[in-house]
Design a protein around this ligand. Structure first.
Ligand code: SF4
Length: 59
């Protein structure tokens, strides 16, 4: 798989199809971030909406 690291997007979510895996970076040109809260107050309230579960991961 020819994945190119985007050094502007640091990401440790190895379970994501778009993660570089060998390094903690995303391989997309851009990602979409959102929230599942009506009034987000901490980082945990936000989500990467570009996340796609890796096909060979997580059962
Ligand atoms: S799409 Fe989001 S969760 Fe997936 S590697 Fe990129 S930044 Fe991380």
């Amino acid at each position: 798989m020819d994945k190119k690291k985007n050094s502007n997007i640091h990401c440790t979510v190895k379970q994501c199809e778009h993660n570089m895996e060998t390094e903690d970076y995303c391989t997309l040109d851009a990602v979409r971030i959102g929230t599942h809260e009506s009034n987000p107050t901490v980082p945990e309230c936000t989500d990467c909406n570009s996340f796609v579960k890796r096909s060979n991961c997580c059962g």
